[in-house]
Structure formats: C-alpha cells, structure tokens
Ligand binder design. Structure first.
Ligand SMILES: Nc1ncnc2c1ncn2[C@@H]1O[C@H](COP(=O)(O)OP(=O)(O)OP(=O)(O)O)[C@@H](O)[C@H]1O
Ligand SMILES: [Mg+2]
Length: 273
C-alpha cells in the first residue's frame, strides 16, 4: 500500500479557515448528548509513527504555556512502545516481545479461516481481547482527563487522537466490532466501540495532520516494520475526526520549519505562542 499523494502535495491543499464553534461531532449512535460549549481549545497532532507528534507536542506545550495554561496528553495506546521496552529486557525480552507482537498482529489482522476460498477474519481469544480492552480503558481515562482540563479552561495539545472510524491499530478500537468471535469477546468489542464513539464525539478544535513518506518514517523509527508504517500512512489521510478542521503539514521538512509552521497556524486560530 502506498501514499496516494506526497506529504508536500497534501500540505499544499491545506485549509486555514477559522475553527468551527461546536466541539461535539455530528449525529452519533449513542444516546448521550453532552455540553456543546465551555471547552478550552484542543489541538490534536496526528500522523504515522515517526511524523514527530511527541516531539512537537512537548515543544508546543512549552511555547503555548507561556501565553495561556496548556497541557499535553498522550492519547495513543502505547502498546508498540511497551512491546519494544519489553524487547529490551535481557534474555527473555526478545521472546516475550515476539509473543506479544504475534498476538497483537493476529488480533488486528484476524485469523484467516479458509474453507471453500472464504477467508473470515475473527476476533481474538478472551485473554488478548481483555488486554486490548484494558488498554482502551486506560486511553478512555486519559481522554476524560483531557476533557477535565478543557472544562477548567486549560488548552490541550494531544499526541494522537482516538477515532471510531477504522478499527485496528490506527488509534481506533483494537477489537473489530464487525468480526465474529465468542459471545463474550463480541460483547467486549461492542463495549469498546461505544467507548471510542463517545471519545470521537468530542471533536478537536483543530487537527494537525503530520504527513511523512514511509522512508522518512522508517529513518526516524528504524525499529518499526515497513509494512505497518505503509498501512498507517495510507489510513491517516482517510480519517475525518467527526468533521473537525484538519490542517495538513509536510512533516518531512526540517524540524524547525515544521514547528514554526504549526505555531503560525495556531496563531491564526487564536492560540499565540
Ligand atoms: N521534522 C523533523 N525532522 C527531523 N527529525 C524529526 C522531525 N520530527 C521529528 N523528528 C525526530 O524523529 C524522531 C521521531 O519523532 P517522534 O518520536 O516525535 O515521532 P512520533 O510521531 O511521536 O512517533 P510515534 O508515533 O512512534 O510515537 C525523533 O527522534 C525526533 O526528534
Ligand atoms: Mg510518539
């Protein structure tokens, strides 16, 4: 899978219109309707691994915080980093990492069950599903913290942002709700989907989409798998984040240029730094 447009082309089509007033996304499937106003701005940094989200989040918070109270929050799962940290443990690390990576990719890709050329992708077993659900709950708790800050008037820069559009490893639900599995795991998948729909119903004020090509991403994250990075690069431009305003940034440019470009965008949106 390859990127349809280069990071530079994506950035050149970027819109710079003022942010929409409503923070709540359009019609949702869940029953709850929440407050539509009274939230401080939230800027979501999204992009493939290696696009610079964490580095930029940290620098932007330091700069913005000089003008107005600002926090950053990591809204990813951290499972990839956890696997890599475990991999660093002497002797058992590599084996444990391989086991976890195998479980995770099986859960995301599904099991191919062949029978008369029909391949059905299935939900994982209960233990893996519970672990994935646990990570999603932890993300949900951090998301509620973000809302808490925003209600107190603290603006937030998020490193990643949950979405309910695509299941799998793109900051969406880990368990693919449309797949079959045991009754318990199917219920967990539905429950997890509801968590993501709730989070996604809060639209960020602005999404900064950091575009990189796979070679740049791999150069910055040499321990990552090329195929997974390619998949992420293909999916990232398709995510809509409930119709939030999205600004495309060519994140292959030198770091200082990327940072200054984003600061200029934020200034235009009333967030001086
Ligand atoms: N524009 C840039 N030019 C050169 N190097 C960069 C640029 N942006 C980030 N980097 C470097 O690339 C590396 C990866 O950046 P970072 O960890 O911030 O990416 P990330 O998007 O948070 O990745 P992940 O999704 O894996 O957490 C870091 O060493 C960072 O300093
Ligand atoms: Mg990061």
């Amino acid at each position: 899978m390859t990127l349809q447009k280069s990071p530079r082309e994506l950035a050149s089509h970027s819109a710079f219109a003022p942010a929409a007033a409503s923070e709540r996304a359009g019609p949702r499937t869940g029953p709850r309707t929440g407050p539509r106003t009274g939230l401080a701005p939230c800027v979501a940094l999204i992009g493939c691994d290696g696009s610079g989200k964490s580095t930029l989040a940290s620098d932007l918070v330091a700069l913005l915080n000089r003008e107005a109270p600002t926090r950053s929050m990591y809204l990813g799962l951290g499972t990839g980093d956890l696997g890599r940290r475990i991999g660093g443990i002497p002797l058992i690390g590599r084996i444990a990492e391989r086991f976890l990576t195998g479980k995770a990719s099986k859960a995301h890709e599904g099991h191919a069950v062949s029978g008369r050329n029909i391949k059905e992708k299935r939900l994982p077993g209960l233990a893996t599903a519970l672990a994935m659900f646990g990570f999603s709950l932890a993300r949900y708790r951090r998301f509620r913290q973000v809302l808490g800050y925003r209600r107190q008037g603290v603006q937030v820069i998020t490193d990643r942002y949950p979405q309910a559009e695509v299941p799998g490893s793109f900051d969406g639900p880990g368990l693919s709700w449309a797949r079959k599995g045991s009754a318990l795991v199917e219920r967990l998948a539905q429950r997890e989907r509801a968590l993501y729909e709730d989070m996604a119903s809060y639209r960020p004020t602005l999404v900064i989409r950091l575009n990189v090509d796979v070679d740049t991403a791999l150069a910055r994250k040499s321990d990552h798998q090329r195929a997974m990075l390619e998949k992420k690069i293909a999916v990232v431009p398709t995510l809509r984040f409930g119709g939030a305003q999205i600004v495309d940034v060519d994140a292959t440019r030198p770091y200082h240029d990327v940072l200054e470009g984003i600061r200029a965008v934020l200034r235009r949106h009333g967030m001086p730094s």
